[in-house]
Design a protein around this ligand. Structure first.
Ligand code: XMP
Length: 603
């Protein structure tokens, strides 16, 4: 098959492979994800090839590779992170375990006279790094054109062969001028624009109509979020309204008043929503559960069970129905959705039973290749008002992933590392708290300690401190700021583990805090500036029955990466004051962790 004007992305299992593809499409060039063992013919028709990042080390046995013959095809090639290291190794360079770098870094050195790839860069640009290994020796023909403080070969080029290697991630929005770099590559590859969302919409409608048998209808789980609403509208448009049935399952872990508000909010969109109350089922099955992955799997299976109960109650013939889901791309990749990716978390739409239904062709996911920002844009094409398309994302498992039930014993050695790191600065103190959270480092899942710090610092200073702590201390993946307390008080406070249950009482408590936060964000007109703001309930308090709240506002575009939001201090004051009026809440923390190394949700 001829793939003219197409940039191929070889997926080595990074969190970012599809993100690269989506960025390339946004730059107007068609892109396609390929595996590392396609036929030579497949690669040969491309305009250019990008080798993605991945979780392995190139020097490990059995790590994914690429035939050297592919490099010899004469295509322009851009290696990113793992792809860069692999290309260097295949061409005779060297790769070693090096200075780990996660998060923000700056290109302190750029050879502006020599670089083709960094055309338009001046030096000093902020870039996003996420790697443990690094290239230590270049193959013949390559020149270093940029470095960061911790990475000598951040950008290398062989302009004769149009081969480029970069350690940074240009596809994430936190890399300043990342799209300029990719655009330069698309230009070097001579690829033309062949893709936009309108085209996607037209093609998808045709595809749905052709692939869903005419005697089948779609039973769609609608959560009220943007993804499932857009899926509903897209399916209705393609198949007709009478072939799509929307059901909202009340899990008991929804936001305050969400269920009652939803039906009336959806009616103007022509969505007749049926509500099925499964809260008692969810509370009973989640009782006593603490492990994040186990919680997720239970929730995924319960959705199916509740959906079957609901279909039975309504007397629907299961043979006639397919199950629709509003899964979007990041949900599939973080569940280990491509050949080489590691499972960061099991998305509720990707539990085993769903996978089985997928194999049987019984699942329909119309927007599974899109990113959040694309879903929002598609929503606008489909007539959804801005207030809808701009709603903060809310995860399918709901508050279940925001109620931390598992204890993490404190570690003297990690505390010692933290003390040593913070050193003698009297204006800053830090302590571990007895919980862990999920994170992602160098494309691998982590579940590690959380440290709280106290100190009068600016957000920029706190960002640097948090990034250094998680870079230097591998067993800490999350750093939070303790609010309303002074440095001198930290050592006298008690942060003991106080069991929380995934029951109605504790979820009501979190619902209350979450509603306070959303009201204040709306009232202060800051809601639209924040991408998402999970409010998390922690089993940490000074005495029995007490708990803590974490505020986790983030800035992001596509959820694959995020940075913590720098909220105005006076809004923060109001939030803390109001939350602390809830009698069970002892402490309020502010999450200072970017993604990577922390995920947005705590799990
Ligand atoms: P993380 O925590 O992985 O979250 O950084 C990325 C984005 O995905 C949302 N999220 C989910 N959404 N079902 C969903 O529909 C899920 O199981 C799920 N887990 C995470 C999360 O809220 C964030 O926007």
């Amino acid at each position: 098959m001829k793939r003219q004007n197409t940039i191929g992305i070889v997926d080595f299992g990074g969190q970012y492979a599809h993100l690269i593809a989506s960025r390339i499409r946004r730059l107007g060039a068609y892109s396609e994800i390929l595996s590392n063992d396609e036929s030579l013919e497949t690669y040969s028709g491309l305009s250019g090839l990008i080798l993605s990042g991945g979780p392995e080390s190139v020097y490990e046995k059995d790590s994914p590779s690429l035939s050297e013959k592919v490099l010899e095809l004469g295509l322009p090639v851009l290696g990113i992170c793992y792809g860069h290291q692999l290309m260097m190794k295949l061409l005779g360079g060297e790769v070693k375990a090096g200075n780990a770098e996660y998060g923000r870094a700056a290109l302190d050195f750029i050879d502006t006279s020599k670089t083709e790839l960094l055309r338009g860069f001046k030096g000093g640009e902020v870039v996003w790094m996420s790697h443990g290994d690094e290239v230590t020796k270049l193959p013949p023909g390559f020149t270093r054109t940029a470095s960061s403080h911790d990475c000598q070969f951040a950008v290398v080029e062989n302009q004769d062969r149009k081969w480029f290697g970069i350690q940074l991630h240009p596809e994430v929005t936190h890399t300043e001028k990342g799209s300029v770099l990719l655009e330069n590559f698309v230009r070097i590859a001579g690829a033309e624009g062949t893709w936009n969302l309108k085209q996607f919409l037209d093609q998808k409608e045709k595809e749905l109509l052709q692939t869903i048998p005419s005697d089948k209808k779609v039973f769609l789980l609608v959560s009220g979020g943007v993804d499932s609403t857009v899926s509903y509208l897209l399916l209705s448009r393609a198949l007709g309204k009478d072939r799509v049935f929307g059901v909202l399952i009340d899990t008991g872990f929804m936001r305050k008043d969400e269920v009652s508000n939803l039906q009336s909010k959806l009616a103007p969109q022509g969505i007749q929503l049926h509500v099925h109350d499964a809260s008692e089922l969810f509370y009973s099955r989640l009782k006593g559960k603490t492990d994040p992955e186990e919680k997720r799997k239970i929730v995924g299976n319960l959705f199916l069970e509740a959906q079957a109960d609901c279909a039975r109650e309504l007397g629907l013939n299961s043979e006639e129905w397919l199950l629709g889901q509003g899964t979007i791309y990041p949900d599939t990749i973080e569940s280990g959705g491509t050949k080489h990716s590691h499972t960061i978390k099991t998305h509720h739409n990707r539990v085993e039973a769903i996978q089985k239904l997928m194999e049987e062709g019984k699942i329909v996911e119309p927007i599974k290749d899109l990113y959040k920002d694309e879903v929002r844009e598609l929503g606008s094409f489909l007539g959804l008002p801005m207030e809808w398309t701009n709603r903060h994302p809310f995860p399918g498992p709901g508050l279940v992933v925001r109620m931390i039930a598992q204890e993490k014993s404190l570690s003297d050695s990690v505390q010692k590392e933290l003390d040593e790191f913070l050193g003698s600065d009297p204006s800053l103190q830090g302590r571990l708290i007895p919980v862990a959270s999920v994170g992602v480092k160098g494309d691998q899942r982590s579940y590690a300690h959380c440290a709280t710090i106290v100190g009068e610092k600016t957000w920029e200073e706190l960002d640097k401190i948090s990034t250094s702590i998680t870079n230097k201390i591998s067993s800490i993946n999350r750093v939070v700021l303790l609010l309303k307390h002074k440095v001198q008080e930290l050592n006298s406070l008690s942060f003991s583990f106080q069991k929380i249950d995934l029951d109605k009482k504790d979820s009501d408590l979190l619902r209350e805090a979450d509603a306070i936060v959303e009201n204040i964000l709306q009232k202060r007109k800051v809601y639209d500036r924040i991408w998402q703001m999970p409010v998390v309930l922690l089993p940490v308090g000074s005495q029995a029955g007490k708990r803590s709240i974490v505020l986790r506002p983030v800035d992001s575009q596509e959820a694959m990466t995020a940075s913590f939001f720098h909220l105005e201090k006076e809004i923060l004051e109001e939030l803390v004051t109001e939350i602390l009026k809830i009698p069970e809440i002892d402490y309020v923390f502010y999450d200072l962790t970017n993604k990577p190394p922390g995920t947005i949700e705590w799990e």
